[in-house]
Write a protein that binds this ligand. Structure first.
Ligand code: ZN
Length: 560
């Protein structure tokens, strides 16, 4: 069930003669000459096209475009059909537009899950969902470990920033206990990477740990309550399968992991050199936290069930016009999947349509593809349009593509990602994640200036957005990337952009109400498309491919 349409803003075709000439000059064309030569002028960004795409993709019939669902496949067919109409070249598997990806789905069997803590006071068995959360093992059906425990602070290691939370500690054969989050003094983007669970698990696995307990903290409780995480505890958890049917990113060394409620952490610290109260106080005060051996022993067990599902990325290319540079690719990405249907939701509308997350990003990518393929002079480098699956399952479709590209990996020069453009107000600034790490920064600045929007720093560093969308999969393969978000400034003095943004996150994000009835401003969507398009055109036409800044942490960490 959907609400009756209301508040739909009237759309007008935004793009002016001014932006048309910008598009032309961006690709070295002169508007007048173009008209004289009788070539087709590049079409303008058409807000109504964007609206039409969103209306299709966010319709109830697609049931929230969940990875592997029929609704997702219908959306994928729509994208394929559109690419075909534009005359783009298929760049998926075997001359098709689809790159098939197989995922394993892991379900935890709750009756087989347990966490038992033994300390000087005795033995206590914790209660699933009240006291702890757990995911199943992606690699086996049954696991159990009984071992000593070591507290490792946040479990972060970074020589660049002077952190080694494992220094002086031996975790071999033991269960690591770490705080959720990361040291407060790490910069937001780098910190989001260094504090990610995949990095933390890697450090533990490489040092011989056999289990991992993450402690929810009172500090974290204020940002995201344990009870909220418990709602999503059922899973399943996804991983893409490699050629050998192995779950990508799984750590066989770490047999079982658990996420503990902060009220239950005290049991682990009985008899240790610091109490959990001291540790939590230091966390809340953003003080340095040192690890130490714990006296408690734990037994962790899990039981898991596995299924497989297949869901495609859709890949197409607009061949470049330069005989040499056409072998290089600028990749636009947007995820097509969303989170499907919430069967257990209290609301009568159980369909999560994902109008903004991310029908809007896909719509803007499709309109970008239409405009670029209509340019009288094609960009010099090839433009790859990769519409990915399973973003909502952990950036998995993009991770698969970045690890198994259908063009030579070394020829992917940059990624421009479109995810959840918040086109609910006439934004007058943008935030460009990733731009300050590479030569894409100045390109973004010029593109923004051309459409008269300013650049702002990240207003929500606590959200760690840099690691939360598909560009991050490319960054991890050493590809400079940029991901734009609408800023908090509004051209309309009566609309507080920041308020609208935060309200979206708290009320509509990953909810049934992220749907077409939101007061989407299609003119803002068109403008957002323009900035992203100009960024892509400039990258494609530059003589040199983008480079990481020499001091960039991400360049140093991932670029070969
Ligand atoms: Zn999402």
């Amino acid at each position: 069930m959907k609400l009756k349409a209301h508040l739909l803003s009237k759309t007008t075709s935004l793009v002016s003669a001014l932006s048309l000439s910008i598009l032309l000059s961006a690709c070295g064309q002169d508007a007048a000459k173009n008209a004289d030569s009788g070539q087709l002028a590049p079409a303008q960004v058409n807000a109504d096209n964007i609206k039409a795409h969103i209306e299709f993709l966010a319709d109830d019939t697609l049931l929230g475009r969940d990875t592997g669902s029929v609704g997702y496949q219908i959306s994928a067919n729509y994208v394929k059909s559109y690419f075909k109409q534009l005359g783009l070249t298929p760049m998926g598997d075997q001359g098709s537009f689809e790159q098939s990806v197989t995922f394993s789905k892991t379900y935890l069997e709750q009756q087989g899950a347990s966490v038992v803590v033994e300390n000087a006071n005795g033995t206590s068995e914790l209660v699933f969902k009240d006291d702890y959360l757990m995911s199943g093992s992606k690699l086996s059906t049954q696991e159990q470990v009984k071992a000593d425990t070591v507290f490792v602070g946040y479990g972060v290691i970074s020589p660049d920033f002077g952190y080694d939370d494992y220094q002086g500690l031996d975790v071999k054969g033991k269960v690591v206990v770490a705080l959720t989050g990361r040291p407060d003094d790490l910069p937001s983007e780098e910190g989001a990477h260094l504090g990610s669970s995949s990095e933390k698990l890697r450090h533990a696995a490489e040092r011989g740990a056999v289990g991992y307990i993450t402690l929810h903290t009172p500090k974290r409780e204020k940002v995201r309550p344990f009870a909220v995480s418990a709602k999503y505890a059922e899973g399943p958890r996804y991983a893409w399968l490699d050629k050998n049917q192995q779950a990508f990113g799984a750590r066989p060394e770490i047999k079982v992991g658990a996420y503990l409620h902060h009220d239950k952490a005290a049991d682990l610290f009985v008899g240790a050199e610091q109490s959990v109260e001291q540790v939590f106080a230091a966390d809340s005060a953003n003080e340095k936290i040192k690890g130490f051996d714990l006296a408690a022993k734990v037994t962790l067990a899990s039981k898991s069930r596995h299924e497989q599902v297949t869901s495609p990325n859709i890949v197409a290319v607009l061949p470049g016009s330069d005989p040499v540079l056409k072998d290089e690719y600028v990749v636009y990405t947007a995820h097509l999947d969303h989170i499907g249907v919430s069967e257990h939701s209290d609301h009568q509308d159980k369909i999560n349509n994902g109008a903004l997350d991310n029908a809007s990003g896909v719509a803007i990518l499709l309109e970008t593809a239409r405009l670029l393929s209509g340019l009288p002079e094609k960009p010099k480098r090839s433009i790859l349009f990769t519409v990915v699956t399973a973003e909502e399952k952990g950036l998995l479709g993009s991770s698969y593509y970045a690890n198994n590209p259908t063009v030579p990996q070394s020829k992917i020069v940059a990624n421009v990602n479109l995810d959840m453009p918040l086109i609910l107000y006439p934004f007058s600034d943008i935030i460009a994640f990733g731009a300050n790490h590479s030569s894409l920064g100045p390109i973004v600045e010029r593109a923004a200036a051309k459409v008269d929007v300013s650049l702002s720093p990240d207003p929500m560093p606590e959200q760690a957005i840099f690691t939360r969308s598909d560009h991050y999969s490319f960054v991890k393969q050493g590809v400079p990337a940029v991901f734009l978000m609408t800023g908090f400034k509004s051209k309309d003095p009566n609309i507080d952009g920041g308020k609208v943004f935060r309200e979206f996150l708290s009320t509509h994000y990953h909810s049934h109400s992220d749907e077409i009835e939101l007061p989407i401003q299609y003119d803002a969507a068109a403008q957002f498309a323009e900035v992203n398009m100009m960024i892509g055109i400039e990258i494609a036409n530059q003589t040199e491919r983008p480079t990481w800044n020499s001091d960039s942490f991400f360049g140093k960490t991932f670029a070969q």
